[in-house]
Design a protein around this ligand. Sequence first.
Ligand code: ATP
Ligand code: MG
Length: 383
Amino acid sequence: MEQVVIIRYAEIHLKGKNRGYFERVFTVNLERALRGIRHELHRTSGRYLVANFAPSETEEIMERVSRVFGVHSLSLGFETENDLDSIFYAAKLVSPKEGSFKVETHRGNKQYPLNSMEISSAIGGRLLSENKALKVDVHEPEHRVYVDIREQGKALVFGSFEKGAHGMPVGTAGKGLLMISGGIDSPVAGYMMAKRGLSVEMLHFHSYPYTNEAAKEKVVSLAKILSRYTLTEKVRTVSVTHIQEEIHKKCAAELNVTLLRRFMYRIAERIARREGDGCLITGESLGQVASQTLEGITSSNSVVSLPVFRPLIGFDKEDIIEISKQIGTYETSVLPFEDCCTVFLPDFPAIKPKLSFIEEEEAKLDVEALVEEALSTLERISL
Ligand code: ATP
Ligand code: MG
């Protein structure tokens, strides 16, 4: 008998002919999530088992696996031989100390000599006779003991199901470049796209020395938390300091943010194309701030041709905050810091800037030279 983490996968089932591919990616992702922990990963029909790990790592394994997209549910339990004595021994370990319970059996192996009802009642009966504080309730039990008769002479025995991250395995839907700031929204946007199977690369713009090291470190911390889901390995940074100075010096103040956004989009697109990322991802939400009006988004969008995914476009701030709390980025996101956009923030940013006015002001700058110069500041930070 061996303690195992049982992993059941989700939407992968729906993918018919692509199933093999999805399973391969899913396997790689599970291994990446478990990197650094001694374990074995086995695939049995329709399930994965994590085995041969140290008991002290159990909780960490459960947590890491629960964050892998594609995992529908997971259980901590035992893999045993499938004779009734062995099953009973494992059932005792996962059964409650007291209260009402029920044994539920599933037979993956239909050749097994007893049917599901017979197995449940045999195991239930023996649990009852050993522990007088238990009682059976088949309708509304407080606890359940699950027995899963597998092929190859094995059974799985466990006491509960925990919810997995659901979604699709990261990497099965292509690759995108997340523009990640130190705020609340962009990490949530990255989470949501990774959940749909996109591999998420990350790019951050800073304005050093106007913004300090701490601001960069904050983004790296956020990226690390997010990468527990996205499995991203590095974050790229680019300096937009000179761009901001030039805009500040030469262009109408109310367009500072609008113009900077266009530069960010252009730089992000260049990097994305170079790295084979098929889309950009931002945390924009309609109407949230001046630069996220329809006009603001139109202005940024018009300088790139890659698709831009904005999974939060229709979300209320409250709902975004709820997700950020759930994925663990919220507390880091709300730490105080200087965002590069706040450095040269005008008193009254243009809310509905006209594209003709934007282009007129932008013509005062050497856009191509500034983009190239910014690209030369590219750095990679390992997560
Ligand atoms: P967030 O909470 O993600 O910072 P926000 O509400 O502060 O969002 P904006 O500052 O208008 O919104 O930024 C909109 C989007 O532009 C962000 O969600 C992010 O995708 C991108 N962005 C903004 N600032 C940066 C930055 N410094 N580096 C990379 N991307 C950025
Ligand atoms: Mg921001």
